[in-house]
Design a protein around this ligand. Structure first.
Ligand code: ZN
Length: 335
């Protein structure tokens, strides 16, 4: 019996020894896995560049690559960038601000004081339907450049401005005057939501040297063909193109010019999109993947979107920054 008992104990000891080895081996594997995981986290923190990208880039956010995101930036754009304090820029200021039925805007009083009354300024190459048309200076100067070019070629420019900047009270008066039937509401915004609050747009008619006036929409291609073909080169867009009412909130209104500046006006017009679509597109172009715009003269621009708390700008090249009036900033860099 004792002979049979001893081997049984030895066998039990052997089984216990094997179990202990398996447990130890498992513990070692767990410890190594945990250590590797910790080292990876520490390494990734140490490599993280001083650039914070907007959250709309799931491909770079989820990418697990050994190189840093700063290297990705250089590979894709060959543009050296740096992150600066974006708080000194107002996201509701600049030539790319969006104002529509969903996005309100009110011009600050100090900016309102800087508006130009066109009746009091030089306006020899365009006419005014009244003495109250006012615009921001950047829009006025672009208008002068465009109408001066027209007059140089043809002697007389038939653009007549009927309305420019409108504050809330002026928009209310315009709305009350304009909306006779319910169907009229698709052509005009409520006070607080009009593009005319920006000071960057104006409505036009055509006025010939014989004193006859025409609607721009119907006669533009016949009586102002050069304007139709060239406004994009002077920073202007059609703010309310036909068939874009689902984006803009306003049905086609071809007599409303909006200044956004170059190269944005060129891109928007050539692509046949509206300002809403353009700004939505830019949201998918952070500094690491900018939108490249090349003009017909070969000038190259890079344009990208930044959230206001993380502004990425070119390290060495000149740039401009505009708010989008939706909490973001647009950087435009000429290469
Ligand atoms: Zn208008």
């Amino acid at each position: 019996m004792s002979n049979n008992y001893k081997p049984a104990i030895r066998k039990q000891k052997a089984v216990l020894g094997t179990s202990a080895k398996v447990i130890i081996a498992l513990l070692v594997v767990i410890v190594i896995t945990l250590a590797a995981f910790l080292i990876k986290i520490i390494a990734s923190q140490a490599l993280k560049p001083n650039i914070v990208y907007p959250p709309e880039r799931p491909d770079t956010e989820t990418e697990e690559t050994p190189h840093t995101r700063a290297e990705v930036t250089e590979e894709e754009t060959s543009l050296e960038t740096r992150t600066v304090d974006g708080s000194r820029y107002d996201t509701s200021d600049g030539t790319l601000i969006l104002v529509n039925g969903k996005t309100a805007y009110s011009m600050p009083a100090d900016k309102e004081k800087e508006l130009v009354n066109l009746f009091e300024e030089r306006h020899e190459n365009f006419t005014l339907s009244n003495s109250n048309v006012t615009l921001s200076r950047v829009c006025y100067e672009a208008l002068c450049r465009m109408t001066d070019s027209y007059a140089e070629r043809f002697g007389y420019c038939p653009l007549m401005l009927t309305s420019g900047y409108r504050d809330s009270a002026a928009q209310q008066a315009f709305y009350d005057d304009f909306v006779v039937n319910e169907s009229d509401k698709v052509y005009v915004e409520l006070p607080g939501y009009s593009d005319h609050h920006t000071g960057l747009c104006f409505d036009v008619k055509l006025y010939d040297s014989g004193g006859n006036s025409y609607s721009y929409g119907r006669y533009a291609t016949e009586k102002a063909a050069w304007i139709v073909e060239n406004y994009k080169y002077y920073g202007f867009i059609m703010r309310y193109p036909a068939n874009k009412g689902s984006f803009t909130g306003i049905e086609g209104e071809s007599n409303h010019f909006r200044y956004v500046g170059m190269p944005h006006s060129l891109y928007i017009t050539n692509k046949g999109i509206c300002l809403e679509e353009y700004l939505n597109l830019l949201r998918s172009h952070p500094a690491s993947d900018p939108l490249t715009i090349v003009t017909e003269d070969g000038d190259e621009y890079e344009v990208w979107y930044c959230p206001s708390d993380s502004l990425t700008v070119p390290r060495d090249l000149p740039y401009t920054v505009s708010g989008d009036n939706r909490g973001g900033l647009i950087v435009t860099c000429r290469k």
